[in-house]
Design a protein around this ligand. Structure first.
Ligand SMILES: O=C(O)[C@H]1O[C@H](OP(=O)(O)OP(=O)(O)OC[C@H]2O[C@@H](n3ccc(=O)[nH]c3=O)[C@H](O)[C@@H]2O)[C@H](O)[C@@H](O)[C@H]1O
Length: 438
């Protein structure tokens, strides 16, 4: 009890230390010692916390040595009888000549539209997506909900997870793979180069490894990009033109994908078709793309940067509407021949194709903004900026005669019509309290 006395004395010490002259009793010494220990412990925890924060928040000094996607630390739950039942049921075909397709990147923009179209015509579709946060994951979840309503189940997982991929092929003998999972975006490659290597190179190889060993091997259609033309100045871009001058790491990884496709076709007899998409836009699009964030910023009254090349040169894109791209994807699947290998061994030559899927009419970015202004009935605050040296090319323009001939591909939506549909979707989706994607 006597120990309580000095404590009550201490209670009188104001919160501002140093104002009282304290007597040097042994109690005080002990208390000082205790309080120093407490302080030491406290500051140790703070220090430890800061170290942990540093390791978990900051990218490592080498972007490639850090977790390559900075997003793949997640673990995914899959497996079990109920899960397998859902996988089987989603991949089951409902038409006699249909196919069973594994769609990677199914919660993505193109993936959602292609999955819906396949399912609607009676094909079996199973989606795969890692739901990363490159852009607002709630948009991906909304797309997932849309797909669920059409009967498409999306397995949550990464294409680099070969155990998961093998399991999927064990449960379903997929006839086709529509490979759309990728790290997209031209400019983001300077920020997170590792994510491009992780998804577009390592992920592609991981998928092809599993496909090559599957029995039967599926035919694969996958998304390449118009960006492979890089600094090529011969227009319109034809599949025969050079593609060895990529202007961005994104383009370089897509070009690498085309070479990797050649290798797997050559060694293992995998049937492979690469589709070079030209700036795809439309409802349920990607918030990182210019037409999308221009819409958001114009509506918010924020200024938008419109790039121009040297000497006031026009920057233009062969903007291609999503429905046209979907038709091209389905035609590529429908015309793809069977892979020729089995058990990892090639039995004969297999199909290897590359097609441009564009719109064949480039539109200057400033015209795109004028169309948006008319549709949104809001004047944009334009800021003309020099085209940054971060991977953008000045223009793209597709020659689609090969796709026309082999796939019957014929784009039919002009930018004005396509953007009208996009704006209608955008206003509808983000109304009712939904925040514009950040
Ligand atoms: O065809 C492809 O293979 C690629 O298409 C798309 O790339 P891009 O054509 O670069 O589209 P996007 O970023 O919408 O810029 C559109 C235009 O706006 C200009 N642009 C852009 C931003 C800005 O602030 N200002 C501006 O003028 C910009 O200079 C450009 O001229 C996909 O994102 C990519 O994943 C890939 O699929």
């Amino acid at each position: 009890m006597s120990q309580l006395k000095p404590m009550s004395h201490l209670d009188n010490i104001p919160s501002t230390p140093g104002k009282f002259k304290m007597d040097k009793s042994p109690y005080i010494h002990r208390l000082r010692w205790h309080s120093s220990l407490a302080k030491l412990t406290f500051w140790s925890f703070v220090f430890l916390g800061l170290i942990l924060l540093f390791f978990f928040r900051s990218p490592s000094s080498s972007p490639l040595s850090s977790d390559p996607s900075r997003r793949s630390l997640r673990t995914y739950n899959w497996g079990g009888p109920t899960w397998e039942k859902r996988v089987r049921s989603s991949a089951r075909l409902r038409s006699r000549n249909g196919m069973s397709v594994l769609v990677t990147g199914a919660a993505g923009f193109v993936g959602t539209h292609v999955s819906t179209a396949l399912k609607r015509r009676g094909d079996g579709v199973l989606g795969l997506d890692n739901f990363n946060d490159y852009y607002d994951p709630s948009l991906k979840r909304a797309r997932q909900a849309l797909l669920e309503r059409t009967g498409v189940f999306i397995v949550e997982g990464d294409i680099n997870d070969s155990t998961l991929l093998s399991k999927l092929f064990e449960v379903v003998a997929f006839t086709h793979v529509m490979h759309l999972a990728a790290q997209a975006g031209v400019r983001y490659a300077m920020e997170n180069p590792g994510s491009y290597v992780h998804s577009n190179i390592a992920g592609l190889v991981s998928l092809l490894e599993v496909c090559k060993s599957a029995n039967p091997q599926p035919a694969i259609v996958w998304a390449s990009s118009s960006s492979v033309y890089g600094l090529n100045s011969k227009v319109p871009f034809s599949e025969r033109d050079r593609t060895d001058q990529p202007a961005s790491l994104y383009a370089a990884t897509k070009k690498a994908g085309e070479e990797i496709a050649h290798t797997y076709n050559h060694i293992y007899g995998l049937s492979l078709t690469g589709l070079r998409f030209f700036t795809v836009y439309g409802p349920w699009g990607r918030p990182d793309m210019a037409y999308f964030f221009f819409t958001k910023d114009i509506l918010k009254g924020k200024s938008i940067s419109i790039f121009e090349a040297a000497n006031h040169g026009t920057v233009a894109r062969d903007f291609t509407y999503i429905d046209d791209i979907v038709k091209g994807c389905l035609a590529a699947l429908d015309t793809s021949e069977k892979s020729t290998g089995s058990g990892g061994k090639k039995r004969g030559p297999a199909q290897l194709r590359v097609f441009n899927l564009g719109n064949t009419s480039p539109v200057p970015v400033s015209d795109l903004v004028s169309i948006l202004e008319r549709l949104l009935k809001v004047k944009a605050k334009r800021r003309i900026m020099k085209l940054p040296r971060n991977g953008d090319v000045q223009f793209t323009h597709a020659n689609i005669s090969l796709a026309e001939r082999e796939l019957g591909y014929k784009p039919s939506t002009d930018l004005q019509t396509g953007l009208k549909k996009f704006v209608r979707w955008y206003l509808n989706y983000y109304s009712g309290g939904k925040k514009a994607a950040g």
